[in-house]
Design a protein around this ligand. Structure first.
Ligand SMILES: Nc1ncnc2c1ncn2[C@@H]1O[C@H](COP(=O)(O)OP(=O)(O)OP(=O)(O)O)[C@@H](O)[C@H]1O
Ligand SMILES: [Mg+2]
Length: 250
């Protein structure tokens, strides 16, 4: 059975997608069978793995809402991870699911037939706490929370942890918080160091290895590859390898 790990934070631009594809590539390097599931209509994970969303015929929208068979949508990528791609068509998914019975379980049901084909299924959530994101939390064994090391980035983490508590209570009692992933960390600033030091006490959850700020991350998606391929020796690639090992060891 795969371990389903959701990456969620309703705040935008905190590094969810970068983390999903980079951890995915790092887990693949370690020999694991990895599936990345793009649950965001922005389709950045899809694009970052070298797939043009415009060319995608079956995306997560068709799987979640029209009950297309998930296996028909899987694309193999150059990073040795498989991808369930998104397209802009996913943009109306929350609205379409709102009137659907059993909507909470749409993601879990979609992943069910894939459970035996992968070791890790990584869910890239949109910056929202809508039905699809909650569905991802219901489908997940654990959730990781990428968080920028800046004071304002903390706004909303409490709400996300409350949503996790609600999901546990009503639908998925086994859901674990894998931890907070400090992203875009700049160790030269006192502020970033102070924010990082405060994290364990502030949230009472595990703090996973931090990812340093680096321009290499902005460059990689244009090549349709992750930083592990475009800059394999960079600090960012090393950070994500360390993070993947920490996630495996949890
Ligand atoms: N460690 C890093 N150092 C520098 N830039 C980074 C780092 N991680 C991510 N970025 C850049 O920050 C931007 C946002 O990252 P990303 O798309 O991964 O965030 P996100 O949380 O998925 O955003 P959204 O909420 O819109 O889905 C991107 O341009 C990405 O290249
Ligand atoms: Mg994203």
């Amino acid at each position: 059975m795969a371990h389903v790990l959701a990456f969620a934070n309703q705040k935008g631009g905190v590094g969810k997608t970068t983390t999903v594809v980079s951890v995915g590539a790092a887990l693949a390097e370690l020999g694991y069978r990895v599936l990345v599931v793009d649950l965001d209509a922005q389709a950045c994970a899809t694009f970052s793995l070298g797939i043009d969303p415009e060319d995608v015929e079956i995306c997560t929208r068709e799987i979640l809402i029209d009950h297309a068979a998930p296996k028909t949508a899987i694309i193999k990528t150059a990073e040795s991870v498989d991808l369930l791609p998104a397209t802009i068509r996913l943009a109306d998914a929350d609205a379409a699911l709102a009137t659907t019975k059993g909507r909470e379980f749409s993601v879990r049901n979609a992943l069910e037939p894939l459970q035996n084909s992968y070791d890790w299924i990584l869910l890239d959530c949109a910056p929202s706490l809508g039905i699809v994101t909650v569905g991802a939390l219901i489908a997940a064994n654990s959730v990781a929370i990428p968080l920028q090391c800046e004071t304002l980035s903390h706004r909303g983490v409490g709400q996300l942890l409350q949503t996790v508590a609600d999901v546990r209570k009503y639908a998925n009692p086994e859901l674990k918080v894998a931890g907070i992933i400090p992203t875009q960390f700049d160790g030269r600033t006192t502020h970033a160091r102070a924010v990082l030091a405060d994290l364990p006490a502030t949230y009472g959850v595990e703090v996973l290895p931090a990812i340093h700020r680096s321009i290499r991350f902005a460059e990689a998606p244009a090549a349709g590859r992750t930083v592990l391929s475009t800059a394999p020796k960079s600090i960012g690639a090393q950070n994500y390898r360390a993070l993947a090992r920490a996630i495996v060891a949890l």
